[in-house]
Design a protein around this ligand. Structure first.
Ligand SMILES: [Zn+2]
Length: 186
């Protein structure tokens, strides 16, 4: 919020509690709530005076905004709810992580999932250059953490050893996974 928006917010609060306002109040509130949007803060004031008689303080607004963000995110991606499918190729790790991150932010902001049209537009686009550090950060231990030297199954994918449900990795892959990691030839 800008100082002008803080002043508007305080006037809105004053309509409920009849507080008197000065420039010092605006400055003090701006110090605490400069990063909160006017709409979110106004919603917090409304929610406060729906259930409280004591004067609202900046901390009340911060807490309300944080709780609202957490609640909204939980509504979209909470326990027992199916997560949205991120709009990215799972083999393209950096893009996939970016999509999940973006999705969580949208959820916390109370925005709807991206429309299908937008998702379809992502099909067939160029895969961005992989950042090796980001790939390394999500690398998992065990045979699936490396490309199989036998069947060239990529990282994270089971070996091509048959169609059964439990596809055991090639022995070479298990042995290779135990070696200290140097450079990966994927
Ligand atoms: Zn294999």
């Amino acid at each position: 919020m800008t100082p002008a928006e803080i002043a508007a917010l305080l006037s809105f609060a004053a309509a409920f509690d009849r507080r008197t306002l000065g420039e010092a109040d605006v400055l003090a509130w701006h110090t605490v709530l400069g990063d909160v949007t006017f709409d979110a803060a106004k919603a917090a004031v409304t929610a406060h005076y729906a259930v409280e008689t004591r004067w609202i303080m900046p901390a009340d607004i911060r807490q309300h905004v944080l709780k609202t963000r957490a609640d909204t995110a939980a509504d979209i991606q909470g326990p027992g709810l199916p997560p949205e499918i991120p709009d990215a190729d799972p083999d393209d790790v950096p893009a996939y992580l970016a999509a999940v991150r973006e999705q969580r932010h949208r959820a916390a902001d109370g925005l709807k999932p991206r429309p299908v049209k937008e998702l379809l537009a992502g099909i067939g686009r160029q895969i961005p250059n992989q950042n090796p550090n980001e790939v390394a950060a999500v690398r998992r231990p065990g045979p699936l953490g490396i490309t199989c030297p036998n069947c060239r199954a990529p990282i994270g994918r089971p070996c091509r050893t048959g169609s059964g449900r439990e596809r055991a990795p090639h022995e070479n892959r298990e042995t290779a996974a135990l070696q200290p990691r140097t450079e990966e030839t994927a």
